[in-house]
Design a protein around this ligand. Sequence first.
Ligand code: PAF
Length: 282
Amino acid sequence: MQTVTSIKELRERLQAERRAGKRIGLVPTMGNLHQGHLRLVESAVKNADFVVASIFVNPLQFGPTEDLERYPRTLEQDQEQLQAFGCDLLFAPQEQEIYPQGRDGQSFVEVPGISDLYCGSTRPGHFRGVTTIVNKLFNLIQPDVAVFGRKDYQQLHVINRMVEDLSMPVSLIGVGTERADSGLALSSRNGYLTAEELAIAPALYATLKTLARALEEGASDYPALIEQAQNDLEKAGFMRDYIHILRRSDMLAANADDRELVIIAAAYLGAARLIDNIEVSL
Ligand code: PAF
C-alpha cells in the first residue's frame, strides 16, 4: 500500500487506476483505526477494485473547546492495519494541503436543517465541517463508492442528503456498528475513558436496547420513555446530552403512525462524549 500526502500525487495515482477501468472505493477516516474502521475497509474491498482510505483529522468539524489537539494520531499503526486489510492507497495530507485558504477562508458545503439538530445542536458547525471535507474528498478521489459507519447515524444521513441534493455521482454504503463484547460501540474516543468509565460505558447501548424493547412491546409515551432512559444513564454515571426517537426516513421526530424508527443518543462520560443508536421496526 502506497501512502501519498499531496493532491498532485493522489490525482496522478488515481488517474492510472481509472484509465485501467477500475472501480474506486473510498473509506474516509480521521485515523486511530479500530476494528470498526477495518470493517469499512473490508466492505470497500468487496465493492470496489481499488480502495483508497484517507486519514485527516479535519479541524473544520471540531468546535473551539473540543478535542482537536488531543485527538489520537497513530499513523504508522494505521498504515499497517490498512495494508493488512487490503487497502491500496492511503491519502494522509497535512492541513495546509487541504485548506490552503486557512480554516476561516475556506468555501463550505452545508446541508440545511438536519445539520443543526441533535449532534449539530450540541456541536454547532460540526456537520458543515463534515460535509465540506467529505465533498472535498469526493472531488479529489472521485470514488464510485464511499463507505461510512452507521454508528455516526446522523452523519451518514447528512452525507446522503448532500449526495442526493447535489447529484454527486457516488454510491454510499453504511456499515453496521462494531461493538465490544460488552455492547460498547467501538470509537476512537473510547480511548479517553478511564478503566472505571469503560466499565460504565456499555450502559449507553444497554439503555437504548431497553428503550427499543419497550417500543416493540407497544409503549408509546415517547417523552416518558426518554426521561426514564435519561435517568437510567445518569444513575449509571453519564451526564445527559440527548436521546431522540426518530423516523428513519428523514430523522425527524417520530409520531404514532411511524413504524421504521431509530433511537439516537449522545451522553457525556468523563472526558468523552459517546454516541450510539439502535433501529426499531414496529
Ligand atoms: O466519521 C469520521 O471519521 C469523520 O467525520 C469523516 C467522515 C472522516 C470526516 O472527517
